[in-house]
Design a protein around this ligand. Sequence first.
Ligand SMILES: Nc1nc2c(c(=O)[nH]1)N[C@H]1C(S)=C(S)[C@@H](COP(=O)(O)OP(=O)(O)OC[C@H]3O[C@@H](n4cnc5c(=O)[nH]c(N)nc54)[C@H](O)[C@@H]3O)O[C@H]1N2
Ligand SMILES: Nc1nc2c(c(=O)[nH]1)N[C@H]1C(S)=C(S)[C@@H](COP(=O)(O)OP(=O)(O)OC[C@H]3O[C@@H](n4cnc5c(=O)[nH]c(N)nc54)[C@H](O)[C@@H]3O)O[C@H]1N2
Ligand code: SF4
Ligand SMILES: [Mo]
Length: 743
Amino acid sequence: MTEPTGTPTHCPYCSLQCGMVLRPTDDRTDHAGPPAPATPTTPATPLSVEEWPGFPVNRGALCGKGRSAADLLNPAVRLTTPLVRDRPGAPLRPATWNEALDRVAQAVRRIRDGHGAEAVGVFGGGGLTNEKAYLLGKFARVALRTPSIDYNGRFCMSSAATASNRAFGLDRGLPFPLADIAATDCVLLVGSNLADTMPPALRYLTELTGRGGRLIVVDPRRTRTAAQAHLHLQPLPGSDLALALGMLHIAIDGGLVDTEFVARRTTGFEAVRTIAMDHWPTRVERLTGVPVHQLRQAVQTLAAAPTAMVLTARGSEQHSKGTDTVHGWINLCLALGKAGRPRSGYGCLTGQGNGQGGREHGQKADQLPGYRSLTDPAAREHVARVWGIEPADLPGPGRSAYELLDSAGTPGGVRALLVFGSNPVVSAPRAAHVEERLRALDLLVVSDVVLSETAALADVVLPSAQWAEETGTLTNLEGRVVLRRKAVDPPPQVRTDLQILSALADRLGVHHGFPAEPRDVFEELRRASAGGPADYSGISYERITGEGGVFWPCPGEDHPGTPRLFLDSFATPDGRARMVAVDYRPVAEPPDERYPLYLVTGRVLAHYQSGAQTRRVPALRAAEPGPFVELHPHLADRLGVADGDQVAVVSRRGRAVAPARLSTAIRSDVVFMPFHWAGPGRANTVTNPALDPLSGMPEFKVCAVRLEPVTAPVPDPAHTNVRHIVAHGEAAPHAAAPVASRT
Ligand SMILES: Nc1nc2c(c(=O)[nH]1)N[C@H]1C(S)=C(S)[C@@H](COP(=O)(O)OP(=O)(O)OC[C@H]3O[C@@H](n4cnc5c(=O)[nH]c(N)nc54)[C@H](O)[C@@H]3O)O[C@H]1N2
Ligand SMILES: Nc1nc2c(c(=O)[nH]1)N[C@H]1C(S)=C(S)[C@@H](COP(=O)(O)OP(=O)(O)OC[C@H]3O[C@@H](n4cnc5c(=O)[nH]c(N)nc54)[C@H](O)[C@@H]3O)O[C@H]1N2
Ligand code: SF4
Ligand SMILES: [Mo]
């Protein structure tokens, strides 16, 4: 193929990290004059997004979010100067970098002196590049000396990560390239709506079925993904573990277990078998609502396929028993012998742009770079040496994400929080409580690209460069490390997160070890990760400048990288996969008389996560302007609700109000809300923060609610914040007017 002109790089959003080419906009215009001034509907973006057919994951295909990503560069919708708040309740006002950074450093010192180092916390994000995630973890442990760091990836794939580490000795989302999906014989896809969440990946499922392969989807809703399946199992939310145990029961009963594989490549089957035998099909039908004949059909299809994959995503994982549930699926996969061989295996579809790399290099509460454990003496020794400190000076593990947020402003909790790349006011469970906790902090600092709802609460807001404005590496859902290249300079008063961390470390008296150049940070990351499970030591910027990236582990410059894992042995000490005995338990909050329905939350095609970015993109806002409550017409009838009527979704935590959207694709005992919006329609006002005891994952996917028709008018929540910042952007593109106040 021809080399693209322009800058080949990668999308700012999800874990596919689709390849795209960025070209200066005036390359394509008639050069008749300067670009038109920015308005909310015709943003003056300096770049246009074009296809990069040579990148193997998406082969040129992009979803609407990727195609419109350059709109995020529009100065009218983003932060262009630091902001500070002079006292609680005062509005944010523009400030110089010196003033903003001095303020942060002074407050951090004061809080540290008064309350101890652990009172200063850091909250990171799975969208940050490897370089940022690495430097953020080092910043917490070396510059702040605090154990209090965790990140939004805890809310994402932490249950699958915990289960994969225990079962396989290693956690890499997919143990094979995504394209292998097209070449297997059967895919069991559990709790993933990838037609909406990773659209270019759908082609691999279509290729699979086009070749005669089978697709089974497990989802309480008949999504666009489920509509592609030969068999769609529609269980009650939160009952996947019973389903997996019941399927294993049927496999054992029917003599479908691959006993040779189980004996040679696994341990622990006997205990797993005992529990599965308690889950006879009619019992599982009662627990899950999936008819016995469908359970049998699914098992037979899966067992009969010479090769097969079991893939999970958030639908199965975001539960207070998410880790056990993933073990249930892994056990089934192993018992049928569909792992540790080509075109077969268990995989987790990670979510955020750097959901994989972001969990490998140290922003996680319990972890050091290279996916090392913070409690392993050898790992501490190795990393301390790279960092030039004593192992004893490395803090121990801190609280998990929700616990960290929940501790804010409480005795013994954090009194200062520095947030980089997350918007927990919208995305954390029991969000009204989290918001209250954040307001109780002595210091909230947010580094972001836009004035997110969390940034709007901060004492200091630091405008950070984004995606097309800086170089860095990301590790996609396949474990493929790619180079996202800079294509354009950031606005003058915007800095990169690396520059921010470097300047803050300096102000805290740590003058070395915090380089602001991404390549310098990556070179150190290579050394820090050397010998660890996620070994990047053989990966260099030069090696990943081409089209395919390099898959970790890659322990040497002459090592080709590892696209496929576990073919000969698993990464456990004895090389065998662990089957972990797990038993079914109900959801943390089962429906009852007062709250008789299940609420499921998730995503829509047009918006990304907390919506902080995509709600500011005109085409995406037009495609999906606001929140909604999806419910079955039978349920709507019973409640006297018509399509478009405002309904309140009420749980023990609070109420969210949004228009009803009637759909026969959902069970009549379940309602669905996307979580992309703030204000009255914020789904997370309602969700349950019950945590998985092993992974710290909240039960985002299911809680008990009731619906109430709403008669009083509801203020339009969707774009209050957007309008505000757009308005000030029009008035003065590079200076922020006072914005939302923290009271
Ligand atoms: N458009 C878009 N794409 C995205 C994102 C986005 O915000 N928007 N975010 C990215 C990120 S970070 C992530 S993590 C991924 C998430 O990608 P997905 O996991 O595909 O997305 P979700 O919509 O959260 O959940 C998937 C499905 O789980 C189902 N589900 C709910 N409860 C259960 C259950 O108990 N069992 C089963 N089997 N299924 C259940 C829901 O009905 C839903 O259809 O998407 C990534 N891509
Ligand atoms: N109810 C419910 N809640 C959920 C989920 C669910 O399914 N249901 N899913 C959960 C999941 S899987 C996830 S991953 C979380 C995600 O939830 P969040 O962490 O809130 O995710 P984002 O909206 O991506 O937030 C990223 C923020 O960082 C900013 N940003 C982007 N790039 C950069 C950068 O390079 N530097 C800095 N400093 N900032 C940057 C963006 O503008 C945005 O404000 O939500 C979780 N919450
Ligand atoms: S699928 Fe994900 S990475 Fe690809 S263009 Fe869409 S948001 Fe970007
Ligand atoms: Mo995620």
